[in-house]
Design a protein around this ligand. Structure first.
Ligand SMILES: NC(=O)c1ccc[n+]([C@@H]2O[C@H](COP(=O)([O-])OP(=O)(O)OC[C@H]3O[C@@H](n4cnc5c(N)ncnc54)[C@H](OP(=O)(O)O)[C@@H]3O)[C@@H](O)[C@H]2O)c1
Length: 312
């Protein structure tokens, strides 16, 4: 039987590990923006470095590969919920440095899981559409489909998922894909496209890789909503609708009024790690739970939002 935590909403301490990263930063921003909705959450931030956490959020140096460091800090803070967004996220780097990738993406979550188990905290783990092979089905993967990762990144994330699922702890696994949004620290796939098109540079974009592009602010809000509802198990939490990378680039040009002729469709590009062909995620389970309260944005919605704002 799974352990359960208290389910009332009287002030819950949430430790966000990976708070410095793209998703972590946006979770903290959304929790502040919609403070009224989430005032029963008290956020604490953890990461290997602190470059952009605002001083009002207590920060802890956490390296998830260090078992004792994790155990000590989590035991000391004793949060009700731990959100783990930390990972080695560069898919090709995972292929190049497999040992480090396993250490961060599989062993790291195991260490966090053990610490959560000790204090009976719920673990919210962020996973990926790359756990699917993209050929066993023509996209539309739902939460019951059997994963079969093709690349090392997908394998390490799936190993972590299995350990969590087979544990006794209370968990929520959220699988997402192709995160995008304004980010002053690094470019993602969509901001890379926008940047190239803005500079009138020609780009070649693959037609053979299909995923759900996910607007980061929308994902952050979705995750907080799921936590608020005490959702458990696996959820596909990605943007509404899967598109090929080429179709995504065309959508960027259309919405930002850039020249579509700069974009050349190509069937294949050389990449270190194999990508699944059609890893499109079925998000109907998510929509059933939160759809009446929060819209899951498609790529056009997210790009329109970005066009209206440049607040990062
Ligand atoms: N980005 C995507 O398109 C995408 C798609 C599907 C799923 N996901 C999943 O979504 C989650 C969030 O992704 P993201 O884009 O926000 O990633 P990110 O920006 O790379 O953030 C990850 C954070 O984890 C930190 N980290 C790395 N090693 C660590 C360690 N040993 N201990 C503690 N922290 C460590 C990183 O610090 P440094 O920067 O200093 O290394 C960084 O702050 C990840 O779990 C990822 O697998 C992402």
């Amino acid at each position: 039987m799974k352990n359960t935590i208290k389910t009332d909403n009287s002030s819950k301490k949430i430790l966000l590990i990976g708070a410095n990263g793209f998703l972590g930063t946006n979770i903290l921003q959304i929790s502040t923006k919609y403070e009224k909705n989430f005032q029963h959450f008290k956020f604490l931030a953890g990461d290997i470095e602190n470059t952009n956490i605002t001083p009002d959020v207590p920060f802890y140096y956490i390296n998830i590969t260090k078992k004792e460091n994790i155990m000590n800090i989590i035991s000391k803070i004793s949060p009700e919920i731990v959100i783990l967004t930390s990972a080695m996220t560069n898919v090709d780097q995972n292929e190049i440095n497999k040992e480090l990738s396993k250490k961060i993406n599989t062993e790291g979550p195991k260490n966090v899981l053990k610490a959560c188990s000790k204090i009976n905290a719920k673990l919210v783990f962020i996973s990926t559409d790359f756990i699917f092979d993209g050929i066993s089905k023509n996209g539309n993967y739902n939460e019951n489909d059997i994963p079969n990762p093709l690349n090392h990144y997908g394998k390490t994330k799936y190993e972590a998922e299995k350990t969590i699922i087979n544990s006794e702890i209370d968990y929520l696994i959220c699988r997402t894909a192709v995160l995008y949004g304004w980010n002053k620290y690094k470019l993602d796939f969509i901001t890379w496209i926008l940047n190239k098109l803005h500079n009138k540079e020609n780009i070649s974009v693959v037609t053979s890789q299909i995923n759900n592009a996910t607007f980061i602010k929308n994902l952050a809000e979705i995750l907080l909503k799921l936590i608020d509802k005490d959702a458990r198990g696996i959820y596909h939490t990605a943007g509404d609708g899967a598109l090929s990378r080429y179709e995504m680039a065309i959508k960027c040009a259309e919405i930002f009024n850039y020249d579509k002729n700069l974009i050349t469709p190509v069937e294949y590009i050389e990449q270190k790690a194999i990508r699944p062909k059609n890893a499109g995620l079925d998000i109907s389970k998510l929509k059933r739970l939160i759809g009446s309260e929060l819209k899951v944005l498609n790529l056009a919605d997210g790009l329109e939002y970005m066009k209206r704002t440049s607040d990062g």
